[in-house]
Design a binder for this molecule. Structure first.
Ligand code: FHN
Length: 435
């Protein structure tokens, strides 16, 4: 409630209403692309591979020396994102491995010092902005390459590959403040060298004994700097500032199943999801979400008032592989016909029951209610419970073909009459004009 929000501590002077106005575009856009790309794409089995397999920084150097994304064409990426209906895109400017895709003045561990010789972030920004897609930067608070990043609970082993939980011994001589300053400096670079940035996706805090949270990162000071440099920017909730009413802009349920999304209704949130199990390119992975599962995530997110950001892990040559492009193409086909049931939509108003085997989204501006038909009734009868007197017209969204409906004998329900032939969409959408 507003009272509880006001009772919470605040970092800026923004009121809940001002925050809602600043985030209106993000809430209306609903659907974004996440891009996890780095040296780890060459190992092609997970973006945490250096940690999981205890690869020393020296042994990892060969991936820096070998990195050469000769097929990198961000214009192609942007066109695929746009066709899929993704309105914003968030690229890993630096993931936990510490490799910078941008031309940072604070390190040589960056793309411009590899065979690529390119500022990959600059090219991403230019290409996606040209397609009218909002720009987001992911930046890892964790940095396994930086000599002053201290080993802790999440990293019980040394980054040099040996198991050594003696943090004091392992961290001897490290200067944490020097790392914190490096991290703040890089975020300042990202927010001053690339024009208007729409989203900052910082990742992640793990407060507690031997963990890292707001004091380690300098989160309050950092967020003040972020908002000063980019006043309109939208920031995720991983700086460990959830005690502040205006500390972070949206919660980030990660890889949760559609049925778990209802709990976020009423909050500002975005679920981040992979096509497969891995964020980074995973060559030999076989667990890829089906088109239906991806649609379920998108529809159920909006049906609960939230956003979906769907991740692609490009190959080390800089391309989306066939599995990613197939998934994006299938989203493009559905979104081409049905995006009106996604953009500017949220959950249905009170009083509209959810018909069986459907999900509802609603556009409060146009007052159009969208019935996403997950299971198409064999007998063509779709009961709209207690909708009597609430509808003035019904049609399929994909082709605006009229649908007939009639009152059920009980005088309360409405029966929508669907044609025998299901429209050629995994989940067809009925658009209802309300009284
Ligand atoms: O450790 C990262 C992981 O690699 C990935 O970037 C996800 C994306 O939300 N965030 C962290 C895990 O929560």
């Amino acid at each position: 409630t507003t009272a509880s929000v006001n009772a919470q501590k605040r970092i800026g002077n923004e009121t809940p209403e001002q925050k809602e106005k600043r985030m209106a575009w993000w809430t209306q856009d609903r659907f974004g692309m996440f891009i996890h790309w780095g040296l780890y794409a060459q190992l092609a089995r997970h973006e945490w591979v250096k940690q999981h397999e205890r690869i020393t920084t020296d042994s990892y150097q060969k991936y820096f020396d070998n990195f050469n994304p000769d097929k990198f064409d961000p214009k192609k990426w942007a066109k695929e994102a746009k066709a899929a209906g993704m309105k914003y895109a968030v690229l890993t400017t630096k993931h936990h491995e510490g490799f910078c895709l941008f031309d940072s003045q604070y390190t040589n561990y960056k793309a411009t010092k590899t065979a690529a010789k390119r500022d990959l972030v600059r090219e991403f920004v230019d290409a996606f902005r040209a397609e009218g897609i909002k720009i987001g930067f992911y930046y890892s608070l964790i940095d396994w390459h930086h000599p002053d990043f201290t080993i802790d609970a999440l990293h019980p082993q040394r980054l040099d590959g040996t198991q050594n939980p003696d943090y004091a011994a392992v961290n001897k001589g490290k200067d944490w403040n020097r790392y914190k300053q490096y991290m703040h400096n890089q975020i300042k670079e990202l927010l001053t060298k690339y024009g208007k940035i729409d989203i900052l996706w910082l990742d992640f805090s793990y407060p507690g004994k031997n963990g890292k949270g707001k004091d380690d990162w300098g989160s309050v000071e950092l967020l003040k700097m972020i908002r000063k440099l980019q006043p309109g920017i939208v920031v995720d909730n991983r700086l460990n500032l959830d005690e502040y009413a205006d500390g972070e802009d949206f919660v980030t349920p990660e890889q949760v199943s559609p049925k778990e999304l209802a709990q976020y209704r009423g909050k500002t949130w975005e679920t981040c999801q992979t096509f497969s199990g891995s964020w980074g390119y995973f060559r030999d992975e076989n667990t890829w979400k089906t088109h239906r599962q991806l649609l379920d995530l998108l529809i159920t997110s909006v049906a609960n008032g939230g956003n979906l950001i769907l991740n692609v892990g490009p190959t080390a040559r800089g391309e989306f592989d066939h599995r990613a492009t197939n998934a994006l193409d299938s989203m493009s086909y559905w979104m081409h016909a049905n995006s009106k049931a996604i953009y500017n939509c949220t959950y249905a108003p009170v009083g509209f029951n959810v018909p069986e085997h459907t999900k509802l989204t609603y556009n409060p501006k146009t007052k159009r209610l969208y019935v996403h038909v997950f299971d198409y009734p064999a007998d063509g009868k779709l009961i709209l419970p207690a909708y009597q007197g609430k509808i003035k017209y019904a049609q399929f969204l994909n082709d605006s073909s009229e649908l007939m409906y009639k009152q059920v004998a009980n005088g309360v329900d409405v029966e929508l009459i669907l044609p025998k032939n299901k429209p050629n969409y995994e989940i067809p959408v009925v658009e209802l004009m309300l009284q």
